[in-house]
Write a protein that binds this ligand. Sequence first.
Ligand code: ITT
Length: 193
Amino acid sequence: MSLDIYFATGNPHKVAEANAILSKFGIAFKPIPSLKIEIQSDSLEEIAKYAAEAAFRSLRAPLIVEDSGLFIDQLKGFPGPYSSYAYKTIGCEGILRLLEGFDNRAACFECVVVYASKETMRSFVGTARGSIAEAPRGGGGFGFDPIFISEDRGDRTFSELSPLEKSAVSHRGKAFRSFGEWISASARYHTLK
Ligand code: ITT
């Protein structure tokens, strides 16, 4: 038997990556796309906490919300919390154009997972450091994966990694593994599972 937890997100890639990580903890996420309310803020944690509180008020069942983004040093952290919008508007090509002529291509992906239930609300954070490639490479993943080179995987972009290789070093992998360790040690997990 698995422990089902709702995941308020409209991004099926996030759900697939989270389920692959959490299946070993006996947890399955059930997506509910319509429940994520997104405020504007410079803080991923603030965005995710607000969304988790609002989603819990409507659903009244344990759930998670995840907010993530790509932070580029040369662009003072842009697109950061605006990554979803930046991806839909300027995309990977637009980011590469903004970095044309700059040597500093350092960047990181960040992910905040917020779990909300009747008893508690907790955040779990993951960061993956790396750099922005000169051109898109690879066919896997989603979003900015084709232009992000993880410092832990040689010269390969996230899109050139298998899903397992990506999640071993990714921001999402780190945040969801912390969540999995915490929830599997909690009383709730043992009574409901
Ligand atoms: P929800 O808000 O519905 O969960 P979303 O895709 O809009 O889905 P965010 O607001 O958290 O999610 O935006 C994060 C964006 O950052 C995402 O759309 C991608 O463009 C980018 N991103 C986050 N994690 C990524 C990853 O692992 N690989 C590539 N791009 C990623």
